[in-house]
Design a protein around this ligand. Structure first.
Ligand code: ATP
Length: 370
């Protein structure tokens, strides 16, 4: 049995980047031999094992055979006669298809090292077409490595364009797409991911509302601004969708199977952005502010509201900065209102709720007048 370090670890080592995960490929072994050496099998049908001490992943060399459309039409074939090259050949990009043997020698049948030196993202083989997720992965590596000068080579660009035009992306499960988008939002240059997808015609099937030039430009501008601020996934996602009307943002987030916190942040950011931009030069009235704060459930979720305000700093124009500060000041002023004090004054039930509302509004009005 021979064991090789493969994939991202080899790529990142050559790029001089920190290596986080080590993935290994084992050639010439059977599952029983792995189990006999103390490895634990992960999943029932997949020839992947965990090392008993390091917990790192060791996969038996495998090839994949495609039987239908989309990701589900694969069968995995693994046997001791599957070679390292067979295994590397089913990988997406040449820079991800290199291995290192136990002497530290590079095994590079697809010239990944040369592509890496030339800052090129290139598909390994025509088998790239068998999994449309590879389009998203390639865009994500472009988003990660563009600041280092990497670009997609013309052949891979053309191949991806053809896959998109043949409708391949429509076969992807939304959960897999979301996973890539979520990761892409945290890459070094996330806007590159969406720009490349747009160039390929891939945004229309994935996030149709963003495939028009105006909402895309607005969303990417907001996203680039969040990028400088170490934002969370929900903030980045909300920035991306901020040009969409509230209902459209919410529906798209749900259709994409984005988690609830991302969907809610996107919905609120669109709603607030629209309200702030429509407010005019006098800013928002106390009543409008009160309504917005209630819609954002700020009294129960103050930390979420602060994240929303930070997001708005990127999704609204410069002219709205004072209005954002006003929202923050309003929350500060009104959060001093105490239900306990009002109960001590004899309010209860429905009248207590009304008194709290009235008192908060008074505090906000006073804060606005200062
Ligand atoms: P990251 O730094 O994002 O973890 P990675 O290259 O380690 O990058 P993984 O998703 O962990 O990415 O995948 C490990 C390796 O498996 C990749 O380097 C690539 O060779 C291969 N791979 C993963 N997913 C696919 C896919 N859908 N199609 C082809 N090859 C893939």
């Amino acid at each position: 049995m021979q064991i090789y370090l493969v994939g991202g670890a080899v790529r990142d080592k050559l790029l001089g980047l920190e290596v986080k995960d080590h993935d290994w490929v084992v050639v010439g072994a059977t599952p029983d031999e792995m189990l006999a050496r103390g490895f634990k099998q992960v999943g029932a049908d997949f020839p992947v094992f965990l090392h008993p001490k390091t917990n790192e992943e060791y996969a038996l060399a495998r090839t994949e055979r495609k039987e239908g459309q989309g990701y589900h039409g694969f069968s995995v074939y693994s046997a001791p006669d599957v070679t390292l090259e067979d295994d590397l050949k089913r990988r997406d990009l040449t820079i991800n298809a290199m291995a290192e043997d136990d002497n530290g020698e590079l095994v590079d049948p697809f010239n990944g090292h040369e592509d890496l030196e030339n800052r090129t993202l290139r598909h390994v083989s025509e088998a790239f077409c068998e999994d449309p997720l590879r389009i998203l992965r390639t865009a994500r590596f472009a988003a990660r490595l563009a600041p280092k000068g990497f670009t997609v080579c013309p052949e891979t660009h053309a191949l991806m364009q053809r896959m998109v035009s043949e409708g391949e992306l429509e076969h992807l499960a939304p959960e897999r797409v979301w996973q890539e988008i979520q990761r892409a939002l945290h890459e070094r240059a996330p806007t590159v991911f969406f720009e490349l997808l747009q160039e390929l015609g891939a945004l229309a099937p994935l996030i149709p509302e963003l495939s028009a030039p105006e909402p895309l430009a607005t969303g990417l501008k907001a996203l680039a601004c969040i990028d400088d601020r170490a934002g969370t996934t929900d903030q980045r996602f909300a920035a991306l969708l901020s040009a969409l009307p509230e209902t459209a943002a919410e529906q798209r987030a749900s259709a994409m199977k984005a988690p609830n916190n991302c969907r809610d942040m996107a919905r609120l950011a669109s709603h607030f952005t629209e309200n702030l931009e429509n407010a005019g030069s006098e800013g928002l009235t106390a009543k409008q502010i009160m309504a917005l704060l209630n819609q954002a459930d700020v009294w129960r979720k103050p930390e979420r509201f602060e994240l929303l305000l930070q997001t708005l700093a990127c999704t609204t124009s410069q002219a709205q900065r004072p209005a954002i500060d006003q929202l923050r000041a309003a929350v500060n002023a009104a959060s001093g209102v105490s239900a306990k004090d009002l109960m001590a004054q004899g309010y209860k039930g429905k009248t207590l709720g009304e008194a709290i509302h009235r008192e908060r509004l008074t505090q906000i009005t006073q804060a606005l007048n200062h």
